[in-house]
Design a protein around this ligand. Structure first.
Ligand code: PLP
Length: 476
């Protein structure tokens, strides 16, 4: 260890670092301004660290070492903060991890629309302005039985737009059992307020009857709304009114019935042995006038909100100035149309749609994968942690099928340390896995880090990350 030296003398100057031969290629790649800023940030960081340690004994940072750190910093900046991760959380539609992973057909559609000018709103036959919804409309109406369809930024936008169009300055009836908060600031009462509607609560939290709705209808009532209680379930002494009866009541009183379906599985999921979810087609058949749902929940597509229903209502929505602010761009429109086209062949959907592939994986298939990976993960963690195979339950997430879990298998990672230190150690292990070039995101629970393998499509990519683990473990 070298003897203590004055702080300033031990840190090379910014100019000296910039003159290094190893810095020239960085300037060529990233530009002089970015390199100067990165060198300054690095030098300032070192200076602050030394001051914190009051300039006590330390080894001087060489100019070359600083230049190497600058290269790392510039590379990280160039990569940006949005990056691929491997979802091992056991939540399939993880909102914080971007929900559904898109099928190849959608990825290609996005790339093609990105690379080219497209006939987004251009009619190739007449050479005149066309309609952007045309690219989705037939697909959606055929699948749902609705007269007309459109799509906007997300389902929150679809609900806002529908309410603002049909019930501005008027009353909307909603059951007290359906005044939900979805998370991420989506609360039905607040959306109502933002849409300029007055919420009229009907019934009680656990029981709402048809006569509750009938009695609440007044001269200011614009519509009746049903909301799928997505992320929770009322069990026990509970009653809700089905859409069919509610539609009859609404129509007898000259009102539309609107349903916010949330996850919106387009086909009956029982076909694949999954739990039942109401479909937009069932809603339309039951007499619902307008249905809204997400495109990136059980549809398995890009973020969007889909609106299907009666022609006259969808046309009114399209004339609302807010529609212009909430519409889809060409990339997502291309992706959504590509996903919807996959539904034309439902027999292939369990292979062609990543979401369904993931939902349909059998426990034995996941277990076989766990057995293949166990020795490699254990080897990478040798001396740090033990790895076992354990049964677990995946959840669908994003408020889809809340009570239903899918049996799955996880690698459970536990730190090899005295018990009282183990939990802190597990958090650090989780952090280490998040620091990999492609971060592995698991779930910490009861002193162990769980990697639920249900969504692991590309095993090779995980194995590649394991090769980098020893390096990262040293740093953490
Ligand atoms: C998820 C959900 C929403 C919000 O949909 P986003 O597509 O996330 O905007 C609205 N309503 C219900 C019932 C939902 O489940």
């Amino acid at each position: 260890m070298p003897a203590a030296r004055p702080i300033q003398a031990s840190i090379p100057s910014v100019d000296r670092i910039l003159r290094l031969a190893s810095v020239a290629p960085l300037v060529a790649d990233h530009g002089r301004d970015a390199v100067v800023a990165a060198v300054r940030a690095e030098v300032d960081g070192l200076r602050a660290a030394l001051t914190r340690r009051r300039g006590a004994t330390h080894s001087a940072a060489s100019a070359e070492k600083i230049a190497a750190q600058v290269a790392v910093r510039l590379q990280a900046d160039a990569t940006g903060s949005l990056q691929p991760v491997i979802n091992l959380t056991g939540t399939i539609l993880h909102t914080n991890l971007g929900r559904a992973v898109l099928p190849q057909a959608a990825i290609e559609a996005i790339a093609s629309a990105a690379r080219n000018a497209v006939n987004l709103e251009f009619d190739l036959e007449s050479g005149r302005r066309g309609d952007r919804d045309r690219h989705l409309e037939d697909l959606l109406t055929q699948m749902t039985g609705a007269d007309k369809a459109t799509a906007v930024n997300n389902n929150a936008a679809a609900v806002l737009l529908a309410l603002n169009t049909l019930a501005h300055r008027k009353d909307v009836l909603v059951s007290r059992g359906e005044l939900i908060e979805i998370g991420g600031e989506f609360r039905m009462p607040e959306i109502m307020q933002r849409a300029g509607c007055r919420l009229v609560e009907v019934g009680t939290t656990n029981r709402t009857h048809l006569k509750d709705y009938a009695e609440a209808i007044g001269p200011r009532t614009a519509l009746i709304m049903k909301v799928h209680p997505s992320n929770y379930r009322i069990v026990g002494y509970a009653k809700a009114v089905d859409e069919g009866s509610l539609a009859k009541l609404a129509h007898a009183r000259g009102l539309p019935l609107v349903s916010d379906l949330g996850a919106g599985a387009l086909l009956d999921l029982r076909r694949w042995g999954l739990p039942q979810e109401p479909t937009p087609a069932e809603m339309i058949a039951a007499g619902v006038d307008l249905v809204t749902f997400s495109a990136d929940k059980l549809v398995g597509g890009p973020q969007a909100g889909i609106i299907v229903g009666r022609r006259e209502l969808v046309e009114r929505i399209n004339r609302n100035a807010l529609k212009r602010a909430l519409r889809l761009d060409k990339l997502r429109l291309a992706a959504l149309a590509a996903v919807l086209r996959l539904y034309a062949n439902p027999d292939r959907l369990a292979t062609s749609l990543p979401l369904l592939r993931c939902l349909c994986r059998s426990k034995s298939d996941i277990e076989a994968q766990a057995l293949r990976l166990l020795p490699q993960v254990a080897r990478a963690l040798a001396g740090h942690a033990t790895v076992t195979i354990e049964s677990c339950e995946s959840q669908i997430g994003s408020g889809s099928l809340p009570g239903d879990r899918l049996p799955s298998v996880a690698l459970a990672i536990r730190a090899v340390l005295p018990r009282h230190l183990a939990s802190a150690r597990v958090e650090r292990l989780a952090r280490t896995f998040r620091a990999l070039p492609i971060p592995l995101i698991g779930r910490v629970h009861g002193g162990a880090l769980f990697f639920d393998l249900r969504c692991l499509d590309d095993e090779g990519r995980l194995v590649e990350q394991l090769d980098r683990l020893p390096q990262v473990l040293k740093k953490h």
